[in-house]
Design a protein around this ligand. Structure first.
Ligand code: ZN
Length: 417
């Protein structure tokens, strides 16, 4: 049985609206780039709120913040609730923030009722999830999980040439703890969906089973520049026509693996890009995503076969290379069971789903049992000042988060005995 505790939706909403003023924009969004003074202000606020609840706050060497509320059993690893407080330059009030302030509301609810969990609870604010000021994204959780080392993080530069290392010192959030040394037994991340599915299906809760795998390729097609008026069609080596056929194939491959596959060409450069010259060179990117790595393997083989076939015809030079890949993530079945049970107990319509976007939880899943909870956002819109999740939807997500954590805590004891 999940203990019947109710979060305080108004207090949650007020915390969302109050902190949105830190870096608040005229259009109602939030501009709070990582490791800026506005980031410092919201971190200071969070630290104070956590300490007021009697939590101990630890900061690690890349600025990740960990606030611990003790449980009855100090020998159990903490159950973490984490997301991020940084935003895009024209970001919204909910992306990431709901996961952290939702966790804070969980701690406040437990404090109000005097409820003691078995395991300690830990609220986490991951540094630089957005990757907007310092690329790549999910840098703090990535260092924590051992995907990147601290030196790499410190060396990242923003557009003004300021490094991550300089910026973290400047706001006073270089903690003493080594990244990865503050451990926990599981993590739950509540986040807005950033897609349209929940809203379309009138579901309130997404039980996020994993994050889709991603692969990025770069393709160059080389032909021969020639006069458009005087070069007969059979004599052309038109790089753009070749690229267009491959781009059409990218869409075809994605459709062959519908509905879960997506394939996109978002960037293309044509040379010399002149209206009366047959294009001699084209560079474009391919982005493939699917929840299963095995399917991505098949999509990749099809893409490379299309490239080889075009190269084999001899009229154009074609080269393709994979420049990045991120394996598909499967979240932990025990954590997911707690989320499902909690959504059901609270009476919210829920569906299982896969995240289309990357999240801190994707890296954390490499080092600890992890799951995510999604709530809808209007029109699927995010990374936008108009990003919007309703009062009721925010409250529903946090209520399910609370229930999931308490259920996991209960079952943790059962697993031990
Ligand atoms: Zn986010």
């Amino acid at each position: 049985m999940i203990p019947n505790l109710q979060i305080n939706p108004q207090r949650l909403w007020d915390s969302l609206m109050d902190t949105a003023k830190i870096g608040g924009t005229a259009k109602g969004g939030v501009s709070r780039l990582t490791l800026t003074d506005t980031d410092r202000q919201v971190r200071d606020w969070l630290k104070q709120e956590c300490e007021r609840l009697g939590c101990t706050v630890t900061v690690d060497e890349v600025g990740n913040m960990f606030a611990v509320r003790p449980g009855r059993r100090a020998d159990l690893p903490p159950i973490a609730i984490g997301s991020h407080l940084d935003t895009q330059p024209t970001g919204g009030k909910f992306d990431g923030i709901l996961g952290v302030l939702g966790g804070l509301e969980v701690l406040k609810t437990l404090q109000d009722s005097g409820y003691e969990t078995n395991a300690p609870l830990m609220l986490v604010n991951w540094t630089n999830e957005e990757g907007s000021r310092f690329a790549p994204a999910m840098l703090g959780s990535g260092v924590y999980a051992g995907v990147f080392d601290r030196g790499y993080a410190d060396s990242r530069e923003d557009r003004q040439g300021v490094t991550f290392g300089e910026a973290i010192e400047a706001i006073g959030y270089r903690g003493a703890a080594k990244a990865g040394s503050v451990t926990f037994g599981a993590m739950f991340e509540l986040h807005i969906e950033q897609g349209p599915i929940l809203e379309q299906e009138e579901k309130v809760i997404g039980v996020v089973e994993g994050v889709q795998g991603m692969r990025w390729y770069e393709i160059s097609v080389t032909g021969r520049e020639a006069h458009t008026g005087s070069t007969p069609m059979p004599m052309r080596h038109d790089a753009l026509v070749g690229a267009a056929r491959l781009i059409d194939r990218v869409e075809g491959i994605a459709l062959e693996h519908a509905p879960s596959a997506v394939g996109s060409v978002g960037l293309i450069e044509v040379q010399p890009n002149s209206r009366n010259v047959v294009p001699g060179h084209v560079f474009f990117t391919v982005d493939f995503r699917h929840p299963q790595d095995e399917v991505l393997d098949v999509m990749e083989r099809k893409l490379l076969a299309a490239v080889d076939e075009m190269a084999g015809r001899g009229s154009l030079g074609v080269e393709a290379k994979k420049v990045w890949e991120s394996p598909a993530v499967r979240f932990d079945s025990n954590c997911l069971a707690s989320v499902r049970k909690s959504a059901q107990a609270a009476g919210y319509p829920a569906r299982d789903m896969i995240s289309g976007a990357g999240h801190d939880a994707a890296y954390i899943a490499r080092v600890a049992p992890t799951a995510m909870i999604f709530v809808p956002c209007a029109g699927g819109l995010s990374h936008n000042e108009e990003e919007s999740t309703s009062f009721e939807e925010c409250a529903a997500g946090v209520q399910v988060l609370l229930g999931a954590v308490l259920d996991y805590d209960e079952r943790g004891i059962e697993r031990l005995s």
